[in-house]
Write a protein that binds this ligand. Structure first.
Ligand code: NAD
Length: 488
């Protein structure tokens, strides 16, 4: 296990070696206390090209292995994730600011994602049929070639595992561009892949900012781009990747609505809503952002206020990612207050003793929010929930349907019939019934609707197999006496 306090300079990982280019650099800051923990190179298109050439060189040998051979490396890699779980957890904490428990859950999810990847030989079974006497058609799934994955700051360990294991196991080689705010977990991932025996060039990392992303979108030898981040950038990436004729799936931001009906179990509902909005400091694309309270739910709101007040920033609530994020979140709260909303629990101006340089926002509940307010419409990405009151379920569904986003939606009720209505009518890709963070577990796939995702299919699970492969269709006839028909 490595000493978490001694972080190396961030380096690119190309052709199995770490290297630092001579370009400009930026500080990597721990949001826990604001300290500088490393420095990141701002790579250019030359670095991207070098990484792509390395991935191109590795592709023929890697893709020629059988699926069963490729997964052997990921069995070993999965064991390493388990062995170093504590260290990887601390690393996520250090660079992202979430609590130990949240960071550990993230690493555990990465392990689950690897378990799905190693199960591919049981799932990816090619199809064959005798279509005429003596004539057979078969479909085989073939890798695409060099692919790219661009990741956000909020899950430094898990989101890279949404893409890397599946893409590689299916025979592709990859260039990854981690968020410049949290590059350390991805670097450690490369070390562990090497330790597991992954051949040089199969996985590469290029660090930097938007120039690297643009260069990946434009590179003629990259076949597919997977992006996870804000909707603003997802749109840019999707359009740019399509502009250079690549397949692309781009996951964007979210504004998740939880519909709370008057018959909901008060205790369970209050604790689920609070956990959903405040977990990972609200920096989850699955976090509750709007609670639509239908009819009489004051008792549930009172419980939520009680639970929220018991949360202690710096103990069971982590930091937000940066000073800019803290300011943005606090500005949203102030704007809502100025527009007539009522702040029931106020997380502004939060500091944590001993970590005064850290970026903390306390959990916040804003009541009497109206649909025209920015806290009702825009992604805040902090531990804040806006409560909108609705007279009935139809009105609540109309509010949910009115959002541009569509990642997740949930309903809290004890009525199966009402839950079914929400399951059918909510305009979101992932629905929860009495669950505040309805993340589908493997092998079910992850992905939203509307402006929360651009592209066909989802990013994980069975759906990702389609994305990372292309079908080869072969028709064969070996015996001369085989039936002659229009196919002959
Ligand atoms: P971001 O969009 O700012 O950054 C994501 C990636 O894009 C980073 O690697 C960044 O370097 C790059 N980037 C930033 N600006 C760019 C530009 N102008 N051109 C090209 N590339 C650019 O997102 P973030 O702040 O790192 O992450 C938070 C966002 O990600 C939230 O909106 C959250 O909802 C979303 N997210 C969505 C999902 C999902 O499954 N839908 C999952 C996790 C996070």
């Amino acid at each position: 296990m490595k000493d978490i306090k001694e972080q190396p300079q961030v380096q690119n990982f190309i052709d199995g070696s770490f290297e630092r280019n001579g370009h400009a650099a930026m500080d990597v800051i721990s949001p826990v206390d604001g300290s500088v923990i490393s420095s990141l190179p701002l790579s250019t298109n030359l670095d991207v090209d070098k990484a792509v050439q390395s991935a191109l060189k590795a592709f023929p040998e890697w893709s020629a292995l059988t699926l069963k051979e490729r997964v052997q490396i990921f069995f070993k890699y999965r064991t390493l994730l388990e062995k170093y779980c504590d260290e990887l957890t601390q690393l996520v904490q250090l660079e992202n600011g979430k609590t130990y428990g949240e960071a550990k859950a993230e690493v555990e999810k990465s392990i689950e994602l690897c378990e799905f990847a190693v199960s591919m030989p049981q799932i990816v079974v090619n199809e064959i049929q005798e279509v005429s006497k003596g004539v057979e058609c078969r479909i085989e799934r073939k890798p695409l070639g060099v692919v790219a994955s661009i990741t956000p700051f909020n899950f430094p360990n898990m989101v890279p595992h949404w893409t890397m294991p599946n893409a590689l196991v299916l025979g592709n080689t990859m260039v990854m561009k981690p968020s410049e705010l949290v590059p350390l977990s991805t670097m450690r991932m490369a070390e562990l892949l090497k330790e597991a025996g992954l051949p040089d060039g199969v996985f590469n990392i290029v660090n930097g900012g938007k120039e690297v992303v643009e260069s990946l979108c434009d590179h003629p030898k990259i076949e597919a781009i997977s992006f996870v981040g804000s909707t603003k950038v997802a749109k840019i990436v999707y359009q740019r990747a399509a502009g250079s004729l690549k397949r692309c799936v781009a996951l964007g931001g979210a504004k998740n609505h939880l519909l709370v009906l008057p018959d909901a179990n008060p205790e369970m509902t209050a604790s689920n809503v609070v956990a959903s909005m405040s977990g990972c400091a609200g920096q989850r694309c699955m976090a509750a952002s709007v609670m639509v309270g239908v009819d009489q739910v004051q008792g549930i709101i009172d419980r939520m206020v009680e639970e929220t007040k018991a949360i202690v920033p710096g103990e069971n609530l982590g930091s937000v990612i940066s000073a800019e994020a803290k300011k943005r979140i606090e500005d949203y709260i102030t704007e809502a207050e100025n527009n007539g909303a009522k702040v029931l629990v106020d997380g502004r101006n939060t500091t944590v003793s001993g970590k005064e340089g850290g970026f903390y926002v306390g959990p916040t509940i804003i009541d009497y929010v109206t649909t025209d307010m920015s806290v009702a419409r825009e992604e805040i990405f902090g531990p804040v929930i806006s409560i909108i009151r609705a007279k009935n379920l139809d009105e609540a569904l109309a509010i949910e349907n009115g959002s541009n986003y569509g990642n997740a939606a949930a309903v809290f009720t004890q009525s199966g019939g009402l839950a079914k209505q929400v399951m059918e009518k909510a305009s979101a890709g992932m629905i929860g019934v009495n669950i505040g963070v309805p993340v589908p577990r493997e092998p079910f796939s992850f992905g939203g609707w509307n402006e929360s995702k651009f592209g066909v299919g989802d990013i994980t699970g069975r759906s990702s197999i389609e994305f990372w492969t292309q079908n080869k269709k072969t028709t064969t006839k070996w015996n001369p006496e085989a039936q002659v028909n229009w196919m002959s």
